[in-house]
Write a protein that binds this ligand. Structure first.
Ligand code: GDP
Ligand code: MG
Length: 161
C-alpha cells in the first residue's frame, strides 16, 4: 500500500467494515466482500465473531444517549458479525460511498444499503466514518497480530502514484 502513497488526496488508508448480524443471517457476506474486492481494495483482516456487549458499547459510545441505542446493541449482539479491515487508496471515504445512507430507505440504488436493505434498523453493514475513527475501531475489533500487511500484484493496474 505504501507503493502508491502520493500527493493524490486520500492516500493509503485502512477502514473497519462489519457485516452486521442481519447481513450474516441473510447470507450477504460474499456479496459484500465481492464489492470491496472488485473496487480494488485489499483485505488485511477478517473474522466471524459474536460481539460482546463491551465491544459494542465502546464501538457505539457516541450514540449512547440516543433513543435507539438499547435496540442497536441488541441488534448488534443478536448473532455473529463479520469484521473486516480493508486497505487502499482513500478507502474510508470510498467505502462510506459504497455503503450508502444510514437510512436504508434513503440509500441510493447501487450502494450496499440501497441494494440490500430497506430500513435504518437493519442496515446490514458498518463502515468507519473517518480516518481517526477507523484507527480507533480497528484497534477495538482486532489485535495487531490479526492484521496482515501484504502487497497485491495488481497495484499498477489500480493506481498511478
Ligand atoms: P452509520 O455510520 O451510517 O452506520 O450511522 P450512525 O453512526 O449514525 O449510526 C450507527 C447505527 O445506528 C446505524 O448504522 C444504525 O444501525 C443505527 N441507527 C442510527 N440511527 C438510527 C435510528 O434512527 N433508528 C434506529 N433504529 N437505528 C439507528
Ligand atoms: Mg457511524
Amino acid at each position: 500500500c505504501q507503493l502508491y502513497s502520493s500527493a493524490v488526496a486520500g492516500g493509503c488508508e485502512r477502514t473497519l467494515v462489519a457485516v452486521k448480524p442481519d447481513g450474516v443471517q441473510r447470507r450477504l457476506v460474499g456479496e459484500i466482500i465481492k464489492r470491496f474486492e472488485q473496487r480494488g481494495f485489499t483485505l488485511v483482516g477478517l473474522k466471524l465473531l459474536q460481539a460482546s456487549e463491551g465491544i459494542l458499547a465502546e464501538h457505539y459510545h457516541d450514540l449512547r444517549r440516543k433513543p435507539f441505542y438499547p435496540a442497536l446493541l441488541r441488534y448488534m449482539a443478536a448473532g455473529p458479525v463479520v469484521a473486516m479491515v480493508w486497505e487502499g487508496h482513500n478507502v474510508v471515504q470510498t467505502s462510506r460511498a459504497m455503503v450508502g445512507d444510514t437510512d436504508s430507505s434513503q440509500a441510493k440504488p447501487g450502494t450496499i444499503r440501497g441494494d440490500l436493505s430497506v430500513h435504518i434498523s437493519r442496515n446490514v453493514i458498518h463502515a468507519s466514518d473517518s480516518v481517526e475513527g477507523a484507527e480507533r475501531e480497528i484497534s477495538l475489533w482486532f489485535h495487531s497480530g490479526e492484521l496482515i500487511s501484504w502487497e497485491t500484484s495488481d497495484q499498477s493496474h489500480l493506481f498511478q502514484g
